[in-house]
Design a protein around this ligand. Structure first.
Ligand code: GDP
Length: 373
């Protein structure tokens, strides 16, 4: 992942909600509000009640029974940055792993305002009509939970949020994109072990987070909207190449013709791309999330895709490739963490940086010295 070479600075760890793409003046959907400051203590005379820490075995037992509270507790453990929690989380994940994998993992991306939450709400209800359970997870590297609700917030998916078979979990809040994505990938395992056979992973389509989502899903769906003038302007070629299906939302009212035009343009643009490794020719469909038009057609496409990649072996192959990807991704992240988190090294790094900035040492020598070579 591109951000794996990003050197953490104090600033980059704290994204401000004001920078969130959904707070751009061009955005027409819900905006991201500032969080409310937490009062230091609600009642100073009340003893804080500590929640009991379940053992990994208890959590796994609950998760396997489909107990949502235990699943949530497990996910909280996965998301925790505390080293002892991480050790417990690893145990839970390892124990759940044999029961995982039995789901359709679907990535959903689109620019802010494309209609992701509206669509996930109706797509979600549609899949739940067939039975089974649905987990909606999100990857938003610019989110910090206390600074406002962004992706995967329950209030954005009104109908699903009250559905007994839907589990909606907002984006993990901490750290870099790689870290956030890894936690979501681990959360998928817990959800599958809890019997969720449909997993949606939502991401806001403005940057590298698509690559992260693509590396953990079977089907990658790009939500587009028509009517913004140059239809292809906003689509990065790389994202188009990753998409197994491109769906054009808001094909309703006056917008139907524009949506059809966009469909034709996107179809011809797709012809210029190399054949995807799955052998599946990405489809382009119009629909309306808000008016619930064309939803079964989108789902039939997804069914066809899964039949196709199951028959040609790509489903299994892609999952194996993804497991390998996450192994190396975790090694990279862990090596960097160990390097930067070593308190003995902090002074040496600061010193080397000074020498490099004043041109007394080359960046390469400085780096190799710090790495002990
Ligand atoms: P997100 O930022 O991608 O999650 O987008 P939202 O789901 O919040 O939708 C952004 C705006 O587009 C909202 O005002 C929705 O009501 C509107 N919208 C979403 N889907 C449709 C649709 O199918 N047709 C129309 N006309 N508006 C839609």
């Amino acid at each position: 992942m591109e951000d794996s070479h990003h050197i953490p600075t104090a600033d980059s760890q704290h994204h401000c909600h004001a920078d969130h793409p959904e707070n751009s003046p061009d955005y027409v959907g819900l905006t991201v509000n500032s969080g409310v400051a937490q009062p230091p203590c609600v009642n100073p005379y009340m003893k804080p009640r500590r929640r009991r820490q379940y053992t990994p075995a208890e959590l796994v037992e609950g998760i396997l029974k489909g107990d949502v509270t235990m699943l949530s507790r497990g996910v909280t453990l996965v998301e925790s940055l505390a080293p002892d929690h991480q050790a417990l989380a690893r145990e839970v994940i390892e124990k759940c792993l044999p029961y995982s994998g039995n789901s359709r993992r679907i990535g959903i991306t689109g620019v802010p305002g494309a209609g992701k939450s509206t669509s996930i709400d109706v797509f979600g209800l549609h899949v739940l009509k067939e039975g089974g359970k649905l987990a909606v997870l999100a990857i938003d590297p610019s989110s910090e939970r206390t600074k406002g609700s962004i992706l995967g917030d329950k209030t954005r998916m009104e109908k699903l949020s009250t559905h007994p078979d839907a589990f909606i979990r907002p984006s993990p809040s901490a750290g870099s994109l790689g870290g956030v994505a890894r936690k979501t990938r681990e959360t998928i395992i817990l959800c599958e072990a809890a019997g969720y056979n449909n997993i949606f992973v939502e991401t806001v389509g403005v940057g590298q987070s698509e690559t992260a989502v693509h590396s953990m899903v079977d089907f990658f769906m790009l939500i587009q909207i028509a009517g913004a003038g140059d239809e292809l302007q906003g689509i990065k070629r790389g994202i188009m190449e990753m998409a197994d299906g491109i769906v054009i939302n808001k094909a309703d009212g006056d917008n139907v013709d524009r949506a059809r035009l966009a469909r034709a343009q996107i179809r011809s643009a797709l012809q210029l791309l190399p054949n995807p490794p799955s052998g599946w020719q990405p489809e382009v469909l119009c629909y309306s999330g808000y008016y619930e038009l064309g939803i079964p057609e989108v789902w039939e496409m997804i069914d066809r895709y899964f039949d196709f990649i199951t028959a040609n072996g790509f489903f299994e192959r892609q999952r194996r490739e993804q497991a390998r990807y996450w192994m190396y991704e975790t090694i990279d992240a862990e090596l960097r963490r160990r390097f930067y988190d070593d308190p003995d090294r902090a002074a040496a790094i600061a010193n080397a940086e000074r020498l490099v900035l004043s041109n007394r040492l080359s960046p390469f020598t400085a780096a190799l010295n710090l790495l002990g070579e």
